[in-house]
Design a protein around this ligand. Structure first.
Ligand code: SF4
Length: 403
């Protein structure tokens, strides 16, 4: 593997607020500076430059584009999808030495974990982090586990960690016998985790990281269980802000994390859409809050949203609660349907949008010149345990493919 400058390591480090684009904190997902001599965004030749660089690199480069990326970037993607699908696509191209990941940092980490040692994953802008992944730092999660030990419940608790997490948190999950999940297999993952401790009717618990909403929605909506069985673990409070009794009584210990995009969709927006668009169907992502998810017509991962809309008859009216780039693309892909964005007060995912054409051109042209910029390399020990948790997900019943 070529020499690298960006590493992900497991050493605990207290996190202070770090504004995107300032400072350098390789221990966390949050934004870091992106050095480099970028082309000007106004350069009218950017599309031609990207095309020429990609052509020059040929099969040596494989460009992955997450569904939430801008169109100007998606245009150059060899494959599009969500995070796990893209990581698997990268692993399925072992002959491509360079994987350019147009997505956010935790996704590039997963791709590095799942690809071989001869492949290097490049993130065109190192400031493309994820606010949700940032909400669970390794030292916080380890402190939480120590508290669960103290409360006498760690041995009946299984960590289930959403794909949208740093490699360090995935590794924690692997070390503690848990599994990773995606938004499409969270139900299967939860069922497996409870089965590990005697079944969902037993005294077993799940520590769900880092998205409280996906955990709560899966428990209540998919498994039909009681919301009162959930508690929220606040990493900024002693003992998570809970009493030992609350911890012992809980079945789902939900980490206090959320997506800064999906967490903003509101009940009011759903009601407004239903009032203003007669016959509209509401489809939202399970990272949305439970009160929104519980009144939606359909709930699903990005892949499910795309498939559901694609299968609908012409003239179907939708309001969609997920990232705006994808909703706009759905409108372009299915002009025979009427597709609207759910919430006028929600904007693009700011970190996904860090990847733009200038950064992509810079990354590709650098590779043409033989320079690997912004490589993402996970510490081998972290990668090992993260892969244990990812492999556990692959071994879940019925899990032959995920999005
Ligand atoms: S949409 Fe939400 S979960 Fe996805 S990268 Fe952006 S902040 Fe993270």
């Amino acid at each position: 593997m070529p020499s690298v400058s960006a590493t992900t390591q497991s050493s605990p480090k207290p996190l202070s607020l770090l504004v995107l684009g300032q400072g350098n904190d390789p221990h966390s997902e949050r934004g870091v500076e992106c050095p480099g001599d970028l082309p000007a965004p106004s350069d009218p030749g950017l599309v031609a430059r990207a095309r020429a660089a990609k052509e020059a690199l040929g099969d040596k480069v494989f460009v992955l584009g997450h569904h939430y990326q801008r169109n100007e970037v998606i245009e150059f993607a060899d494959v599009t999808g969500d995070s796990f699908k893209l990581a698997k696509e990268a692993a399925a191209r072992p002959d491509a030495p360079w994987i350019v990941f147009c997505g956010v940092h935790f996704m590039a980490e997963s791709a590095d974990i799942l690809t071989n040692d001869e492949q290097t994953v490049v993130l065109p802008d190192l400031a493309a982090g994820c606010s949700m992944a940032d909400m669970a730092a390794l030292h916080q999660v380890e402190d939480c586990w120590d508290d669960l030990v103290e409360a006498g419940v760690a041995d009946v608790t299984v960590p289930v960690t959403y794909m949208n997490s740093s490699a360090a948190i995935k590794a924690f999950t692997g070390r503690h016998g848990g599994t990773i999940c995606t938004s499409s297999n969270a139900r299967t993952a939860l069922t497996w985790a409870f089965d590990e401790k005697g079944g969902v009717e037993s005294e077993g618990k799940v520590l769900f990281l880092p998205d409280q909403h996906l955990g709560r929605n899966t428990w209540a909506r998919d498994l039909g269980r009681d919301l009162d069985d959930c508690v929220v673990w606040d990493p900024h409070q002693p003992m998570g802000g809970l009493t030992p009794q609350q911890i012992r009584d809980a079945r789902m210990i939900l980490w206090r994390g959320h997506c800064s995009v999906h967490g903003r969709f509101s009940v009011d927006a759903v009601e407004t859409a239903r009032r203003e668009i007669p016959g509209v169907r509401v489809i939202v992502h399970p990272e949305c809050r439970n009160e929104v998810v519980s009144i939606a017509d359909e709930v699903g991962s990005t892949e499910k949203i795309i498939k559901t809309v694609a299968a609908a008859p012409p003239g179907t009216k939708w309001v969609v609660g997920t990232e705006l780039n994808l909703v706009q693309r759905l409108g372009q892909m299915f002009p025979e349907q009427e597709i609207s964005f759910l919430e006028k007060n929600v904007c693009y995912c700011s970190t996904m949008n860090r990847i733009d054409l200038p950064h992509l051109v810079w990354a590709l042209e650098s590779l043409v010149e033989g320079r690997v910029v912004n490589p993402i390399v996970v510490d081998p020990e972290v990668a090992h345990w993260a892969k244990v948790a990812l492999d556990q997900m692959l071994a879940l019943p019925g899990e032959t493919s995920k999005d």
